[in-house]
Ligand binder design. Structure first.
Ligand SMILES: NC(=O)c1ccc[n+]([C@@H]2O[C@H](COP(=O)([O-])OP(=O)(O)OC[C@H]3O[C@@H](n4cnc5c(N)ncnc54)[C@H](O)[C@@H]3O)[C@@H](O)[C@H]2O)c1
Length: 343
């Protein structure tokens, strides 16, 4: 396969790139290297094998057009490049919009012009469903639960973009979906929940699973915003890569579709439970300090992954305990690098 990954030096992108290099795909990695840690990921990828690297800012439509015009027939475009933190989107909503909405639009237009037969997968986010105000929530000892029969959030949930990040990713999500309808592109939207794993330079503002474990390893102060009973379904990055494979493998059946992708009801954890698990199974010694809630924080989000199970034949394979052990090993093996990247 001939594959282009945008944001290919980021956390998910570098893991995908490593897999594709390993199996001998022809790979092009596109990234502007704006995220901290991307230089380290690029160096690591170069040690694994050959690929083309294009340093490019996806906000620049003419540059995207030029790069796409020079590439020969792509089979698969994996679009991951993004401004990824809600907090940053509140500080600088224009940049967030330009990267996430306009950048995605630039890529769709270039794909339509030069690579109309390529599968185009977009990593969207559960934030398109907003704070899920319509769903009643109960508070337990260590976690929130949905009240009633609801176990998880399906693709039929109302769209309710919340925060500039939710709006910019949500607009991109709808554009990607619509380019299948109106222009016949083979696009798929994956509304991802929390993803975690090696090569994740998590910080307080984004990538909390990695951040908690890094804070434990490097003995940094750790804050929990709210009471810590917030629940997330978390997905190990290798399982997400399996999902990309499943979607590209069935692209004729799933083009134009949207899937919620996460750990699902079998892989949920609250922040309090995560701290306990990490302390007990990895000896992280985390002692978080509690601070005020962050605006728009969902008390509970769990992806209903049954559509993906049915239509993609995909399901997560890595349990939370195994996944965090593998991430913690990566942090331990790259301790100096992680410390210097995060300062
Ligand atoms: N990690 C998660 O838990 C999660 C959850 C839901 C959705 N997502 C989505 O998945 C995608 C990948 O996330 P990630 O965790 O790997 O994030 P990441 O920040 O590690 O990767 C994003 C990459 O995009 C690059 N980038 C940023 N702005 C760019 C620009 N203007 N031009 C070119 N490249 C640019 C960054 O340098 C970085 O390498 C994003 O679209 C994100 O919104 C991630």
């Amino acid at each position: 396969m001939k594959i282009l990954i945008t944001g290919g030096c980021g956390f998910i992108g570098a893991n995908a790139a490593a897999r594709y290099i390993g199996r001998g795909d022809e790979l092009i990695v596109l990234d502007d290297l704006s995220r901290r840690g991307t230089g380290a990921n690029l160096t690591g990828l170069r040690e694994l094998g050959e690929f083309e690297f294009i340093k490019l800012d996806i906000r620049n439509g003419a540059a995207v057009d030029d790069a796409f015009s020079r590439l020969k027939e792509l089979d698969f475009i994996l679009h991951l490049a993004a401004q990824v933190a809600v907090t940053t989107s509140v500080v600088d909503p224009r940049t967030d919009f330009e990267i996430n909405s306009l950048g995605t639009f630039n890529l769709l237009e270039a794909a339509r012009k030069y690579h109309p037969r390529a599968a185009f997968i977009f990593s969207s986010t559960n934030k398109v469903y907003g704070s899920l105000e319509g769903l009643k929530v109960e508070e337990g000892d260590s976690r929130y639960r949905f009240a009633g029969d609801i176990e998880a959030v399906g693709e039929g949930e109302n769209l309710d973009f919340y925060s500039p990040y939710g709006c910019s990713k949500g607009a991109a999500d709808q554009y990607v979906r619509d380019y299948a309808r109106i222009f016949g592109l083979d696009t798929v939207v994956l509304r991802q929940s929390c993803i975690y794993g090696p090569r994740q330079f998590g910080i307080e503002d984004q990538g909390w699973v990695a951040w908690f474990l890094i804070a434990g390893m490097l003995k940094k102060p750790l804050a929990i915003y709210g009471n810590g009973k917030q629940v997330r379904d978390i997905l190990f990055v290798e399982d997400l890569l399996d999902c990309f494979d499943a979607a590209t493998g069935k692209i004729d059946d799933v083009r134009g579709k949207v899937f919620n992708i996460g750990g699902g009801p079998g892989n949920t954890v609250s922040l309090l439970e995560f701290v306990k698990l990490a302390n007990e199974s990895l000896g992280t010694g985390l002692k978080p300090e509690f601070k005020d809630w962050r605006p728009g924080d969902q008390p509970i989000y769990v992806s209903d992954i049954s559509k993906a199970e049915r239509e993609l034949g995909w399901r997560p394979r890595t349990g939370i305990e195994e996944g965090i052990r593998r991430l913690y090993e990566w942090i331990a093996n790259n301790r100096e690098e992680v410390g210097s990247v995060l300062g």
